[in-house]
Design a binder for this molecule. Structure first.
Ligand code: GLA
Length: 378
């Protein structure tokens, strides 16, 4: 049974009727442009075919009632003033209601069943997938217009202000605005985005190392403040405003650690724009080289990889048909992404599973992904 069928069936068992609305919302994998979003820079992610599903129907009052199949737990609350009670899955639902109401939207109640298949804590944006799924649910029952960048900003607000994670805008933008068979080149300052077709000669493979590192938030916030310090040094709003030439001319005046952090962001922005060009031209070799260079920069200058990520990336690149590979997401654990020729992609996944297990004793989760549409009503 597909996940969609499961939530629909559970809905029927629970409410004695078929759902009138079904929404889906994808996870994401970033092809390149890492730790650039909060520097007002560029990112190039795809939405993936691993999704969160909600089967629901509107209520004629202001009550919201959601059952999570994954947690085997239910949540019921009334719209209006909402209070925070922790950081579990229920807070994402309540946080979305809070953010939408705070933005001035009048919401209608609904009841539904939710389940997701985006691995949690793996750097594939399971939380943005939940946020945008719940936003789609509210938008549908309440008749709100769906503008991807506005919805993305509201989702980010839930993350920043309700959950308390200081993340950038990439995850919600791609989850809200993703396009089937395309990556999006997103300008994280203007929030304009351009779809870029994923070339036919390659598939995207997610390589989940299985490692999850705690304290990601504090390391993430530390990187953010180092970037802000560098921007202050150059007298600009964000590192997006510093080009490679300006950086080279003055880099020696920077303290070495901050210099390396800034060098990553400035070179990564350039790589991301070049990667979108390479994708459009179907130049997979070039795209792969840029991904490799991104990983080196994240490993050596930004220092957000771990041994597991470095190992899996090295193994991936050594396989025939691999154009390039890099860590993806915030780092410190989680997933890498590889660009692989479609023909040996099954053999590729199998070899990586075996070799990574030999090297580390752990079994990774590797899967081929298709670029999917952003959150939608089906
Ligand atoms: C996390 C954040 C994003 C982005 C990436 C790093 O996924 O949620 O906003 O900063 O890390 O590129």
């Amino acid at each position: 049974m597909t996940l969609r069928e499961q939530v629909e069936q559970d809905f029927r068992n629970r409410f004695g009727a078929a759902p009138t609305v079904v929404v889906r919302s994808p996870g994401r994998v970033n092809l390149i442009g890492e730790h650039t979003d909060y520097n007002d820079g560029f990112v190039l992610p795809i939405a993936i075919d691993r999704e969160v599903w909600i089967a629901l129907r509107p209520r004629d009052d202001r009550r919201v009632s959601v059952h999570s199949l994954d947690y085997g737990a239910s949540l019921t609350f009334e719209l209006g003033p909402i209070s925070r009670a922790g950081t579990d899955w229920a807070e994402y639902v309540k946080g979305v209601a809070w953010a939408l109401q705070e933005a001035g939207h009048t919401l209608q109640g609904w009841e539904g069943v939710m389940s997701g298949e985006v691995p949690r804590g793996a750097g594939l944006s399971s939380s943005a997938a939940v946020e945008l799924a719940v936003q789609r649910a509210f938008a549908t029952v309440s008749g709100l217009p769906w503008k991807p960048s506005e919805m993305a900003l509201l989702g980010q607000r839930v993350e920043n202000k309700w959950i308390g994670v200081n993340s950038g805008i990439m995850d919600q933008m791609i989850v809200a605005g993703g396009r089937q068979n395309h990556a999006l080149l997103i300008d994280c300052r203007s929030l304009e985005f351009q779809p870029v077709p994923v070339p036919a000669g390659a598939v995207v493979v997610v390589l989940d190392t299985g490692t999850r590192r705690g304290l990601v938030d504090s390391a993430y916030n530390e990187r953010r403040s180092q970037c802000e310090e560098a921007a202050r040094f150059f007298g600009v709003k964000a590192l997006r405003d510093v080009d490679a030439k300006t950086f080279s001319a003055r880099q020696n005046e920077l303290e070495p650690l901050v210099r390396r952090r800034a060098r990553h962001v400035i070179t990564e922005n350039d790589r991301t724009v070049l990667a979108a060009e390479a994708m459009r031209a179907g130049d997979l070799t070039r795209l792969g080289q840029l991904m490799d260079a991104s990983h080196a920069s994240l490993r050596d200058d930004f220092e957000v990889t771990n041994d597991a990520l470095n190992t899996i990336v090295t193994l991936a690149r050594a396989q025939p048909g691999c154009f390039g590979a890099r860590m993806t997401g915030a780092g410190f654990g989680g997933c890498a992404v590889a660009l692989v020729s479609p023909e040996p992609s099954e053999a590729f996944v199998q070899t990586i599973n075996e070799k990574y297990k030999q090297a580390t004793g752990n079994t990774p989760q590797c899967y081929v992904c298709q670029a999917a549409d952003g959150a939608s009503v089906v």
